[in-house]
Structures are given as structure tokens and as C-alpha cells.
Design a protein around this ligand. Structure first.
Ligand SMILES: Cc1ncc(COP(=O)(O)O)c(C=O)c1O
Length: 477
């Protein structure tokens, strides 16, 4: 066993350890608080040095997603907004009622953008759309699924809850399944990489608390057939969540610009909740997202209250107790200054860059785009090892995401890709990468063998163990 472990460590974990901890020589690790604190200047210099080492790759547009805006003046402005409210905490809204103002307005602005004003109940009414600000997409999803589970237990007597979702729904729904003991039933996709409606409806049973659709899903960037799913949800009497974490702040503007975007939000009567990340295409700093519900009743199943605690009467709307008010201040500041016109302009620039990148993919005979998308896209290499292409792209500095089933490469376009020349560089690097893989037999090293190995191991518990070890490695000094 110890020997197996050592082998796994050297073959698989050692390169990951190197990638995660490249600074051991340059910046020795600290395992105890310094006896005498070091000077602020010295520490700020170290922080600056570390930032400089990591900044150029994402700033020059080599990353998928990650930093969605990234212009220096926007970052500076976000930092100022955060700094002004860095001491605030939403848990103490008696001390900082400004935090409540920021969050209520972030929710209202997001809800209005997502069709809340086009439902029969007005925003702010008991039946109208309402929501919460959370720390990110996963928390928004977890909160909604906890609310679904508790609502269904209370209202429909479901004690063995199940969720039905296409395989493309985000990993956070599986996390919710594990955390809250909800059985996850995944269903296949159709040829266009969208939920297969027959399979989805067939999977609904008396324990189903809700169905999940995405606008857009993470892997392919496709939009599920949400109009039909909304009808299914109404007909079968189940809740329906639309995951707009990635697309929620992109599709409304793309739709206004005339892109082919079907209805995906609260305009669809079966949609009972949505998640929508301000920290992606909302261009707020990392750490905020919005979860929305149709009606306050459902939202109340998200809330936590404690009436007889010695520490006082306690309530908290989301998972955290104390929360960073500065992040909500900065998020609010982003929405208020970018404005509708700013979002439209940014979306237009991104769509233009995507057009160049997608045309480039299509012009390379070995590559094939997966599904029809607006924005986020993915492609595969049918006649070559896609993961070798991914490796070649990474040697050319690109930080793209490898998908599985089928092996594919994903890119979430951001404002970083709108700098002149970046989209063209993506295409020329991709052309070179494909040519190299085509012409080079038996390429060694890289991540491709690891992806191949993970896919070939039928016993997924081994892969789970390896992934847990990766997280152990993350926490190494
Ligand atoms: C469609 C979708 N849902 C949920 C999430 C989870 O968001 P986060 O990483 O902010 O928790 C993501 C992240 O990329 C996403 O793309």
C-alpha cells in the first residue's frame, strides 16, 4: 500500500505538487506566526512580487474564464469600493445598513434583468421574484437545492428527494446531492448537447423535487430546451432551477444585441429559481453571486433561524455567518458604473472575439465544435488525441479546460479575449498545436496521459481517491 502510494505520488502527484507550489525556493514557507512581525513594506513587496509572477498569463488573455473583466482601471476601482467597506459585515446590518441596501439592490437589478418584471407578480411582492446574495455560483446552487429539499419535504411529504438533470448540469448540483442527501438522476443529452427532453421527463417520479436546466451549461455552453422544460415542470408539478451562473449576466445582453437566445429566465412560468453569478460576466470581484426564487415562500426554506440560543436570537440567510460586506459594496459599484450600455458593449466585443475564435476552430479540419452556442464554446478533435492538443495549447501558455465524455476543450470567453490580436493568436496557436499533434507520434509527458488514465479506470473510487490526494497536495507547505 505504502509502495502504491509512493508510486502514485511520483507519477501523478509530484507534477501536480510542482505546479501548485512553485515558490518553495524563492519564498520559503512559513509554518508558524513570525515571532516578531515583519514590516508592512516587506510584506507588501512580497505580495507585489507574487502578483507580478502570475498576472501576465490571464491579463494577456490566455485563460478561459477566470478573470472576466480585468482592465487595470476597473480593478483599481473595484479595490477602492472594497476598501471603503472592507470592515463591514452583513451579519451586523444594525451597524452597516448600507450592506442591506447594496444586497437588496443587487438582487433587484439582477432579477429585473432576468425577467422578474415580466411575471404576473411584481418584484417585492410575496409571489414576486426575490433572492439572496451568496459567495459564488456553487453557494447559490447549494442554497436553492437545500430550499427545494426542505420545501418538498414540507409541502409534498417527500422524504427521499431526487433531482433530475442533464449530465451537463454543473458539479455543484452533485455537491448539493452529497451534502443534503438528495439523489441525483442524470439524463443524457441530445445531438446538439442539450437536455434530451424524453429522457428527462421519463426520469421524473414521485420523489422528484425538481429539474435542472442551464443557460448556459459549463461544459459546452449550450442552453437546454428550457421552454419545453418549463412546460414539463408545470405539467409534472416539480420545481425548476435554471443555472445561469455562467450565462445569466451574458445572455440578456446577447439577446438584446440580436443573438439567437431563446427565453431562459423568469419569463418562463415553470422556472422557480435561478442562479446568476455577478463575479463572472457581472464583472464584480470574486465572491458574489445571486440566487433568485419565484416567491418568498421558497426563499424562506433557505433561511436559518435559531430562537433559543444563549448567544441571542440568531438568523442568517446563507451558509456563512459573518460575510464580507466589502464584496457586496464592490459588486454594487460594478453594476452601477458599468450600466446596461457597458454590459451591451462588453458583450458585443466578446461576441466579436468569439466569432473569430469559432471560425478558426471550424477552419481546422481535425476539429469540431460541440453544439450551437452564444459565447462559451467547446470543441473536440475526432481523429487526434484532444488532450494532446490541450497540452500543446498549455505549452503555448493557454489555460483552457479539458472536458470528458467526449474528450473536448472548453473556452469561456472574457473581456481579456477582446484585446486586438488575442482571438487571432488563439486560432494560430490552435492551428500549430493541432499540426504538432498530427505530425508527432508518441508524444510523452503532459496532462494527456493523466486524462487518458482517469477515463480508462472503470472503478471511479480510485479516481475519487486520487482527486482527494490532489487536494491534500494543495494544502502542503
Ligand atoms: C454553469 C455554472 N454553474 C455553476 C458554476 C459554479 O460557480 P462557482 O465556481 O462560482 O462556484 C459554474 C462555474 O463555472 C458554472 O459555469
Amino acid at each position: 500500500m505504502a509502495q502504491d502510494q509512493a508510486q502514485a505520488d511520483s507519477e501523478f502527484l509530484a507534477p501536480i505538487d510542482q505546479m501548485m507550489h512553485p515558490y518553495r525556493q524563492q519564498f520559503p514557507a512559513n509554518s508558524r506566526i513570525p515571532r516578531q512581525g515583519r514590516s508592512r513594506d516587506e510584506i507588501l513587496a512580497e505580495l507585489t512580487e507574487l502578483r507580478a509572477l502570475e498576472e501576465s498569463r490571464w491579463k494577456q488573455g490566455y485563460a478561459s474564464g477566470s478573470v472576466y473583466h480585468g482592465d487595470s482601471s476597473h480593478i483599481e476601482y473595484m479595490n477602492q469600493a472594497y476598501a471603503l467597506h472592507s470592515q463591514t459585515n452583513q451579519l451586523h446590518s444594525d451597524l452597516w445598513p448600507s450592506a442591506a441596501k447594496f444586497e437588496a439592490e443587487i438582487i433587484a437589478m439582477t432579477a429585473t434583468m432576468l425577467g422578474a418584471d415580466r411575471t404576473t407578480a411584481p418584484f417585492g411582492s410575496e409571489e414576486g421574484v426575490c433572492g439572496s446574495v451568496s459567495s459564488g455560483g456553487s453557494e447559490s446552487i447549494l442554497l436553492a437545492m437545500k430550499a427545494y429539499r426542505d420545501w418538498a419535504r414540507d409541502k409534498r411529504g417527500i422524504t427521499e428527494p431526487e433531482l433530475v438533470m442533464p449530465v451537463s448540469a454543473h458539479a455543484a448540483f452533485h455537491k448539493a446531492g452529497q451534502y443534503f442527501q438528495i439523489k441525483i438522476r442524470t439524463t443524457p443529452l441530445d445531438d446538439g448537447f442539450r437536455a434530451d427532453l424524453n429522457a428527462l421527463e421519463d426520469a421524473i417520479n414521485e420523489n422528484t423535487i425538481g429539474i435542472i436546466g442551464s443557460a448556459v451549461n459549463f461544459p459546452y455552453g449550450t442552453i437546454d430546451p428550457l421552454e419545453e422544460m418549463s412546460e414539463i415542470a408545470l405539467r409534472r408539478g416539480v420545481l425548476m432551477h435554471v443555472d445561469g451562473c455562467l450565462g445569466g449576466y451574458f445572455l440578456p445582453w446577447a439577446e438584446k444585441l440580436g443573438a439567437p437566445v431563446p427565453q431562459f429566465d423568469f419569463r418562463l412560468p415553470g422556472v422557480t429559481s435561478m442562479s446568476c453569478d455577478t463575479h463572472k460576466y457581472g464583472y464584480a470581484p470574486k465572491g458574489t453571486s445571486v440566487v433568485l426564487y419565484r416567491g418568498m415562500e421558497l426563499r424562506r426554506y433557505q433561511f436559518f433561524t435559531l430562537a433559543d440560543w444563549p448567544g441571542g436570537l440568531y438568523y442568517s440567510p446563507t451558509f456563512s455567518g459573518s460575510r464580507p460586506g466589502g464584496l457586496s459594496a464592490a459588486c454594487w459599484a460594478a453594476l452601477m458604473t458599468i450600466g446596461e450600455q457597458g454590459y451591451l458593449d462588453a458583450t458585443k466585443r466578446i461576441l466579436d472575439a468569439v466569432a473569430i475564435m469559432k471560425q478558426g476552430v471550424e477552419s481546422i479540419p481535425e476539429l469540431r465544435l460541440l453544439g450551437k452556442t452564444v459565447g462559451v464554446f467547446a470543441f473536440t478533435a475526432d481523429s487526434l488525441d484532444t488532450y494532446q492538443v490541450l497540452d500543446q495549447m498549455s505549452y503555448r501558455h493557454w489555460a483552457l479546460t479539458g472536458l470528458q465524455h467526449p474528450p473536448a476543450i472548453h473556452l469561456s470567453p472574457t473581456q481579456r479575449h477582446t484585446t486586438p490580436g488575442v482571438a487571432e493568436r488563439f486560432v494560430s496557436d490552435l492551428r500549430e498545436s493541432v499540426a504538432f499533434v498530427r505530425e508527432t507520434p508518441n508524444i510523452e509527458g503532459g496532462m494527456a496521459p493523466i486524462y487518458g488514465l482517469a477515463a480508462s479506470i472503470p472503478d471511479k473510487s480510485i479516481v475519487h481517491d486520487l482527486l482527494k490526494q490532489v487536494m491534500d497536495v494543495y494544502y502542503r507547505l
